[in-house]
Design a protein around this ligand. Structure first.
Ligand code: DGL
Length: 265
């Protein structure tokens, strides 16, 4: 690739920004288009058929408009369902975000791992297959959170979110006796890209210390490998931030750090 590549990062809302910031750090030479399908948020509340019928044609329109070199589906709820449909329909490379069950189970010492995702993600056959193939003897607890993605959106938009609201979603991840460090949960997979937005608060609220697995750096490495060697320098253009609802977000100052400091149009 000789020109600056264009990377389109897609999520149902603002969660994909946690993947975007890693991709931007790995590929400052690229142009960025971030699409938040907020008109259909939250994906975790929609049926599988509804998500496929929404995302596959929408992606066709986005590819037609922005002509990306690569698309990152920065959403577990969508990736665990639509990646195969997107790859069959469009010829460019897609990188998805799926629950990091394999590395979590490989590193767990207590052999107790929890997967915190949307209700949709934890129900998926894709997620169950990852557990069958990669649990490596660990007990894996699936925790489907109804509200955490919306709470993360709200906090990023400057609203105040109570500790109680976060803890209610988080508590089922902690399995075993707090007093028995050898058998209680020691690893939690962040299987929704919104959740790293609340990570500092979740760490403070957790009943005991665990390792939180965020796959974003691994996704960024995969994107960079697919694009090939960097051309050097930093693309100077403004990044594009698109909301499918066309809402006026007024979030530019909040968003800029996720785009590596570049201006967001
Ligand atoms: N960010 C999305 C994910 O990774 C989900 C949020 C939603 O329910 O829309 O699963």
């Amino acid at each position: 690739m000789t020109n600056s590549p264009t990377i389109l990062v897609f999520d149902s809302g603002l969660g994909g920004l946690t993947v975007l910031r890693e991709v931007v750090a790995a590929r400052p030479d690229a142009h960025y288009v971030y699409v938040a399908d907020d008109a259909f948020f939250p994906y975790g509340h929609h049926s599988e058929d509804e998500i496929i019928a929404r995302v596959v044609p929408l992606m066709g329109e986005l590819i037609g408009t922005h002509d990306p070199d690569i698309v990152v589906i920065a959403c577990n709820t969508a990736s665990t369902l639509v990646l195969s449909h997107l790859r069959a329909a469009y010829s460019l490379p897609f990188v998805g975000t799926v629950p990091a069950i394999k590395p979590a189970c490989a590193q767990s010492k207590s052999r107790r791992v929890s997967v915190l995702g949307t209700k949709g993600t934890v129900k998926r056959e894709y997620t169950k297959a990852l557990i069958r193939d990669f649990a490596q003897g660990c007990e894996v607890t699936l925790v489907g959170s109804p509200e955490l993605a919306s709470l993360a959106e709200a906090e990023l938009s400057g609203r105040s979110i109570s500790d109680e609201a976060i803890l209610a979603e988080l508590a089922p991840c902690f399995v075993g006796k707090a007093s028995d460090a050898t058998s209680r949960t020691d690893t939690v997979v962040l299987a929704c890209t919104h959740y790293p937005l609340l990570l500092d608060r979740m760490k403070k609220l957790a009943p005991w210390t665990v390792d939180w697995i965020d796959p974003a750096p691994a996704i960024a490495r995969r994107v960079s490998d697919l694009l090939g060697p960097r051309i050097g320098g930093t693309a100077q253009d403004r990044a594009a931030m698109i909301f499918t609802s066309n809402r006026v977000h007024g979030l530019s100052a909040t968003l800029t750090p996720f785009f590596g400091g570049r201006a967001v149009a």
